[in-house]
Each structure stands twice: as C-alpha cells, then as structure tokens.
Write a protein of this length. Structure first.
Ligand code: BES
Ligand code: ZN
Length: 619
C-alpha cells in the first residue's frame, strides 16, 4: 500500500556531527563521520546508498526521463531511508523487489522534498520508479535550432550543486559516495554519454550501458544526449561534439594529453582512466563542469587559437581537487575551487610558462578585488569558509572561493617554498583520495603535515575565517600586463600610436587592456579603439564579453555593437558571461534595454542561468 502524506517541514540538519556510520567491509569495520549538512535531507548514519543502478528512457517528445533508480544500501538497522527529491513524479517504490510505503515531505523551495522510504533492518536494495517533470531544474532540453548542427534535439544535465535530485531521487550530499551503472534508452539517431565509461560510436538500437566504478558524489552524475561523435586526442583523452564542431574541438584541445601528464607529475596519478571533454551547445550554463571522465564544456571556449584552454586545465584539475578529494559540504566549496584554480595555474605554468600562468592569476586577482568591493556591505561573504544556512549553495559560488582560495594557497606556497608545498599537496590528495574533507579537517591536516614539521607559522585561520585579504598576501605581477597598461595610457593620452604594437598580444593581454579602461574614458575613446581593433566584432568570446561590458558601461553604440551584444546574449547561456552583461545594464540604469533582450533570450537559458538573471533583474 502506498501512502502519501505531508510530513512536517524539518530542517535538514540531519547528518549528526561526528556521529558514526558503520560500514562493514569483509572482516574490517570502517567508521565514516558525516559533517553537519545543510542541503540534504538524507540521514546517512542510519542508512546510506552505496551503488546506483539507473534504468531510464529519454523521451524527447514529451521532454521526460522516466525509469527506475535501484540502490544497494548500507543499512544500519534502520526502519527508513531518506532520499532527496525535487520536482519528481514518484510512481512507486520497492524494497528488495516488493512494493513498500513511502512519504514525500513538505516542499522546500531550495531543497525539494525528503522522500522517506519504509524499509526493514534486512532491506538491502530499494527501487524508486519515477518520472521527471517540466520543472526539473537539472535538465535542459534543446530544440534542433538551439544546437550547433540544427538537425537534432539535445539534452544535458547539470548536477552541481543540488540539482541531481531533480532528475534522480538520491541522497544528494557531497559526503555521500556511490558507484553506478546505468542503462539509458535514447532515440536511435542520438548518442548518450555519462560521467562514466562511455561509448565511442552510436549503437544501432539507441540503448547505452554505462559503468562508473570509482565512488563519486551525486552532484557528479551527468548525462548528455545528442547527435555527437567522438575523436581521440590520445589514447586516454578525446573530444565529443556535434559534427560541425568536432574538428574545431579536436584542434582546440590538442594539448589534453600533455595537461594530464603535467597534472600527474605534479600531484600523482590520474585515477579515472579516461579524460574526455564534450563540447555542448552554447546554452550550457558554465564554462566547464568537471563530470568525472567526461568534462562538460561550453563551445565559447573554442576560440580557434587555443587561447582559452586554461578552462580544460581547470576541469582536469578537479579530477584531484573535487572529484577525488571532495568538499564535505557546500560551506567548504573553497576546498574544491580554490585548490582547483591553484592546480589549474600550475598546469598552465608547466605547459606554457610563468608569464601565461601569472596573467591568468592576475585576471583572477582583479576579479577578487571586484568581488570584495561588491560585497562591501556584506563582508561575511568574503570569508573562505561559508555559512550557507538557509541559503542556496549558489550564493557561495563566486570569486571568493576561486580567487581568494587561490591567493591563500599561492601565499602558502611562497611561504613554505614550492618543493615542500608540492610534496604536501601530493600527499594530501593521496591520503584523502575518494573521501570528503571539511575545512576544519584540512586545517588540522595542514598544521600536522606542513606547518609544524617545517616550523612555519602561518595565519591560516585568518585566511579562512576572516573577511577580506590578509596583509601577507602573495604579490603577483606581469610585465606583459604592465605593458598593456602602458599602451592603454598612451592611446588615451592621444599620442598617435602604432596599432601594430599589439600584434603579439594574447587573449589575456586583450582582456586586461579592455578591463582596465578608466572611468574617464569617453565614447569617442571607445570609437577610436574600436576603429583600430574592431573589438565590437571580436570572435574570441572572452574578449567580446569584456568589450561588450565596457560598451554598456561607457554608453558606446558604434560598429554594430548593440546588435552583437543582443545576439550574444540570445545565443550564449554561460552564466558568468550573461550575468556580467546584464549586471552592466543594471548598474548603468539600462534596465529597459536589459529586459527587452532578456525577453528574447531567457527561453534559451538553462535554469541556473535563468534563475540568476531573474533575481538580478528583480523578476
Ligand atoms: N564546478 C565548477 C562549476 C560549478 C560551480 C557548477 C558551482 C555549479 C556550481 C567548474 O569547475 C568551474 O569552476 N567552472 C568555471 C571554469 C573557470 C573557473 C575556468 C566556469 O564555469 O566558468
Ligand atoms: Zn571549478
């Protein structure tokens, strides 16, 4: 008998701090300590999922995924197991193959509903039959028109931070780790790929089988379905993309193998066997998403000159920081992203040298100053360790975790010396592989393994628990950026200047040059620069984005820039770009222009971008 009743809303502080969960592995008992969790209803200390078998059909006509999620569970003599679920249509639930009772709790706008399933202390598996709905936030269903090739529809998922529960009922906390296998049925013209062992060609019947044998956190389960093909870069790296993009992607990411080698030389073996990238349609809401074995990437990274590939280094670095050693809660998000930016920049340095690495670091350094300025009335938001109680984890997903996290680690590296720091990091990844880490555990670890043995005093707590930037921060500099600033000054002081002086500039120098236009700059100055460099028609997405931002700031309308901005915002759904431009409209009292464009573009955005912009524009 199935009973659906409303249960009282309870705060999801349900993982008891340092409560223990005993899991038996052969003759040895292992104790897992779960940290306090704000964003999941699961109670893993009572019963926790260990393996997922997913069996689903992807129906493009109705835009529905339906099927069954079967979990093998670790049952600590529990009478129930609680999953997270949001906007899912639960059809029926079984325990060890027999129908069982379940309750769906009250809806919380951010967290969804606890799905409480009745089990007995002997229950070993549970199966949830379900369907996604048209509110399912993780999924974006694209029409052929919204793809590169314009002939077939496309679907992709985005799980981080708490969206996996909107397409699979699951214990959706980063502290949970599961292995999975899946059977996915798609229209036979399309191919399905997941964050798992993947096919390299289409099957005849549209049925695909997947296996992820390393335990991963639920936010890393991912699926993409489209008319895509595969092209190998090396034995263990390669790209998936639509036909019209595959060669471009292959060219752009030709250094993937070198990146993996550099990363392994720095911090130990790549533990996931395969490292592929799928280039998604332009509405993908992030630059990249580190889904294990298969990074999801925006096509805006394909510049034609390999100039934006630090993004690939970044997602690759997450194979260690994030996927192997995972932030225990979203309050510890900086442990994922700060380490990853540090690692990304080290990979870039290993491949392309210090100049390029420092330019990337300085772009982030400026982002950090801007972010701190934007939080000047909420200084608590500039702390590395967050307090997201009652908030969506998205609130913490800003430059602080990335760029303050980076600056902290770089300062630490410069204080203890690179050799010691590298040895420490290598050991850190090895010791914590396939487990989760809290900020507090990290502080303990660093004291015991880096600072005390080397007799170094360091203001770790100030960096992590205080707002702003401590005064011992590493100073980053770049001659190339200093030169770009000089060129800008000369240009503005009206000296006639030879535009060929910029002929060897890389994307990063252009970005720096444009982002440093002074407040005093006039629309005539903008026109002069545009005439010399045609920036309004830049094809590099990063250069275009920062130029558009300045055009909005400086009220510049020449050289078709308005139309280009509108086209860009309609085509591209990458949240960072879209948000930057809509913010510029808003900050310059151009809300009407923003709304006029948003009316045309919103339908192309994934829910994470749309909800950010809705909030920004007060909708
Ligand atoms: N894991 C993030 C993306 C993310 C963060 C998704 C939080 C959902 C919630 C990814 O690794 C990332 O940081 N992407 C950046 C890339 C950049 C820093 C090179 C992006 O999308 O811009
Ligand atoms: Zn990242």
């Amino acid at each position: 008998m199935i009973k659906i009743k409303k249960v009282a809303l309870f705060t999801p502080l349900l993982f008891v701090l340092f409560s223990s969960c005993k899991t038996e592995s052969k003759d040895q008992k292992q104790v897992v300590n779960y940290a306090e969790e704000l964003h999941s209803y699961a109670q893993p200390n009572k019963s926790v999922i260990k393996h997922l078998n997913l069996d689903i059909t992807v129906n493009f006509e109705d835009q529905v995924i339906d099927g069954v999620a079967t979990y093998t569970i670790d049952n600590n003599k529990a009478s129930e197991i609680i999953l997270d679920s949001k906007f899912l249509d639960i059809v029926k639930v079984e325990a060890d193959g027999k129908i069982t009772e379940y309750e769906l709790g009250e809806v919380n706008e951010q967290l969804g509903q606890p799905l409480t399933i009745h089990i007995t202390e002997d229950t070993k598996t549970i199966s949830v039959y379900y369907k996604t709905t048209n509110k399912t936030e993780a999924l974006q269903w694209l029409s052929p028109q919204q793809t590169a090739d314009k002939t077939h529809p496309f679907l992709f998922t985005q799980g981080q931070a708490i969206l996996t529960r909107t397409w699979i009922p699951i214990q959706d906390s980063p502290q949970i780790r599961i292995t999975y296998d899946a059977t996915v049925r798609v229209p036979k013209e399309l191919m399905a790929v997941m964050s798992a062992e993947n096919p390299k060609t289409k099957t005849a019947d549209g049925v695909y089988s997947f296996k992820m044998e390393q335990p991963i956190s639920p936010y890393l389960i991912a699926l993409a379905v489209g008319d895509i093909e595969y092209k190998a870069v090396s034995e263990r790296t390669g790209v998936y993309a639509e036909k019209s993009m595959i060669d471009k992607a292959h060219y752009e990411f030709s250094d993937m193998e070198k990146m993996v080698v550099a990363a392994e030389n720095l911090y130990g073996d790549y533990d996931w066997d395969q490292f592929d990238v799928i280039v998604l349609p332009p509405s993908f809401p992030f630059g990249g998403m580190e889904n294990p074995r298969l990074t999801f990437a925006t096509p805006t990274v394909i510049a034609g000159d390999r100039s934006l590939t630090s993004l690939i280094a970044h997602e690759l670095a997450h194979s260690w920081s994030g996927n192997l050693v995972t932030n225990a809660t979203w309050n510890d998000f900086w442990l994922n992203e700060g380490f990853t930016v540090y690692f990304e920049i080290r990979i870039m340095e290993a491949l392309y040298g210090k100049d390029r690495a420092n330019m990337i670091a300085l772009i982030g350094r400026q982002d950090l100053d801007d972010e701190i300025e934007s939080f000047k009335n909420e200084p608590n938001r500039t702390k590395l360790k967050l307090d997201l109680k009652g908030k969506n984890p998205d609130d913490g997903m800003n430059s602080i975790a990335y760029d303050k996290g980076y600056l902290f680690l770089r300062t630490l590296e410069e204080t203890v010396g690179r050799d010691k720091f590298d040895a420490f990091l290598k050991d850190y990844f090895k010791t914590h592989a396939f487990s989760t880490i809290t900020t507090e555990k990290f502080i303990d670890y660093i004291n015991t393994n880096l600072l005390e043995p080397n007799k170094v005093t360091f203001n770790t707590e100030e960096w992590i628990y205080q707002p702003g930037i401590p005064s011992n921060q590493a100073i980053i500099s770049s001659d190339k950026f200093a030169n770009a600033e000089k060129v800008l000054k000369q240009f503005l002081s009206n000296d006639t200047i030879d535009a060929s002086i910029t002929k060897d500039w890389t994307t990063l120098e252009w970005v720096h040059f444009i982002r440093n236009f002074p407040d005093t700059m006039t629309t005539e100055d903008m026109a002069r620069i545009d005439k010399a460099f045609d920036l309004s028609n830049a094809t590099n997405s990063h250069i275009a984005m920062v130029w558009y931002e300045q055009a909005i700031n400086k009220d510049y309308h020449g050289n078709n820039v308005d139309q280009n901005i509108e086209d860009f915002l309609i085509r591209v759904g990458r949240r960072w770009y879209v948000n930057t431009l809509f913010k510029a409209f808003k900050n310059n009292d151009k809300i009407d222009e923003a709304l006029a464009i948003y009316e045309k573009s919103r339908g192309n955005y994934h829910s994470v971008t749309a909800s950010t912009i809705d909030e920004l524009l007060g909708l």
